[in-house]
Design a binder for this molecule. Structure first.
Ligand SMILES: [Zn+2]
Length: 491
């Protein structure tokens, strides 16, 4: 019996992809990445944050003398920032002086005193006035038993506006008993209570949650994953949710040989309102947000592809926006293979999805190359077709000794992950080197600007796979049958 790859009743694979595309795609990268270029080392900032039981954040921040004297925060957050004051003297001096506010900014006097500032942010009120779908601004989950907030640090860190760039930021968060702080930014090895990131990244940091939630740490594949389960009505037990996430992680490790990042956070949201989709987010770390729906069960999630799709995103560096098709194509192509390798998907179902799905990635009239036509079909299935063609060509050129899997493993071995931004040329070169060919660079040259139509019937015939009245039939005498088998073979 074939698995129906339905996310939830009424939402098919294709519809779900369309939902992803409509929501602006599920791997959220920077609009204008720019981490390269030399710069002088900037002096560090530090934030010590305490989550109060009433959902208020009390923050003490220290900024260097060369930082801007104007402090600001996202406009929607301004009304919820209060009691901004500056230390009147050195540490230990109990006096604090209010910081004046002008035009939505708090202005520090430009003098020699330390720039030690304290303030509060009423996170509970901020999230209470926000759309519950606003998971990258501030969204609340919970009830009288306890509240948690999905709120990235950009919504609660008052910060110097403008230069100098590149300041290293240390963030330490304390939470009351029974609550937690979870972030895709890894705890700092030398200071496990703190996270460190670049000040320029504050506006696009990994998913972050604070408050009442279940938190489990699991280690596998050479890395650590923090699983947070937000409050919300649900049918599944915590153990079942953790087992489901762990199953997805095992599929990821089955494909890549290990966890692609040293640390990741997976935030599960049973109380998510309709319309929210699973997403992966880098931003100085690695995180996945998973709305599961209050009625989900372990059985209903067994056929769900979104968890592994998002986890595969963790293994790919962020690239320039015009190459987004590669990020989505890799996730679309690798996800079912990873699940086959883990024993969670029948190989027939993998090929059925390719036969049924890939035609949607072919260029339509007027379409240009993958870097130039960013429709849903070209992004997800066009990207997946690029991956299939690359996998086949690498295997043909190496006598079936290497495949796309080897190329992608080389990327994570070079430190590539969603936590990093790579140029396309770098990504393809490292991947090509991993397979000992130049297949990816050559294929990109042929497909980036030009439509590059592909005869899929001919390709599937060479691979020895076809659909016969809905049933997948393999032909092991086909010229590329050994390559087809190797693509989903365990090592
Ligand atoms: Zn995706």
């Amino acid at each position: 019996m074939s698995r129906s790859r339905r996310l939830r009743p009424g939402l098919t694979l294709t519809a779900a992809f369309a939902a992803l595309a409509a929501a602006g795609a599920c791997a959220s990268g920077p609009e204008t990445p720019g981490r390269d270029g030399a710069r002088a080392p900037a002096a560090p900032w530090r934030y010590d944050v305490t989550l109060e039981p009433d959902g208020r954040l009390s923050v003490v921040a220290t900024f260097p003398a060369d930082s801007s004297t104007e402090l600001g925060v996202d406009r929607a957050v301004e009304p919820f920032v209060d009691r901004v004051a500056r230390a009147a003297g050195p540490e230990g001096d109990p006096r604090w002086e209010p910081v004046p506010r002008r035009n939505g900014r708090w202005i520090l006097a430009d003098d020699d005193r330390p720039r030690r500032v304290r303030f509060t942010v009423d996170l509970a009120s901020l999230a209470g006035t926000s759309d519950p779908r606003a998971i990258t601004s501030a969204a609340a989950r919970g009830d009288d038993e306890g509240w948690a907030w999905l709120a990235p640090p950009s919504t609660w860190l008052l910060r110097p506006l403008g230069g100098p760039p590149g300041a290293p930021v240390t963030l330490a968060v304390r939470t009351p008993p029974g609550t937690a702080f979870v972030s895709g930014v890894a705890p700092h090895p030398g200071d496990p209570g703190a996270r460190r990131f670049d000040a320029d990244a504050i506006g696009r940091l990994s998913f972050t949650a604070l408050g009442a939630m279940t938190v489990r740490q699991i280690e596998l594949g050479g890395g650590a994953v923090t699983i947070a389960i937000l409050p919300g009505e649900r049918r599944m037990t915590d153990d079942e949710i953790v087992a489901w996430v762990e199953g997805g992680l095992r599929a990821l490790v089955a494909f890549y040989g290990r966890l692609p990042v040293g640390h990741a956070a997976v935030i599960v949201d049973p109380g998510a309102p309709d319309g929210l989709i699973a997403r992966a987010r880098g931003g100085e770390g690695a995180s996945v947000y998973l709305p599961i729906g209050s009625r989900s069960t372990l059985a209903s999630l067994a056929d769900d592809w979104t968890l592994v799709h998002e986890l595969v995103h963790l293994a790919c560096p962020e690239v320039d926006r015009r190459h987004h098709w590669l990020e989505e194509g890799l996730a679309t192509y690798v996800e079912p293979i990873a699940r086959v390798l883990a024993g969670d998907l029948e190989v027939e179902d993998h090929w059925r999805d390719l036969i049924e799905g890939l035609p949607q990635g072919l260029p339509e009239a007027g379409d240009r190359g993958l870097d130039r036509t960013a429709t849903w079909g070209r992004t997800y299935w066009g990207g997946a077709l690029f991956c299939l063609l690359a996998d086949v060509e690498i295997r043909e050129r190496t006598g079936n000794a290497k495949g796309l899997r080897d190329a992608l493993r080389a990327v994570i071995d070079e430190g590539g992950s969603i936590a990093s931004f790579w140029r396309m040329e770098q990504l393809l070169r490292v991947a090509d080197d991993g397979a000992g060919t130049d297949v990816l660079r050559g294929l990109w040259e042929r497909t980036r600007h030009d439509p590059h139509p592909v005869d899929l019937d001919e390709l599937f015939a060479r691979l020895g796979v076809r659909l016969d009245r809905g049933r997948v039939v393999f032909d092991d005498d086909a010229p590329l049958a050994a390559i087809r088998r190797a693509m989903t073979a365990t090592e």
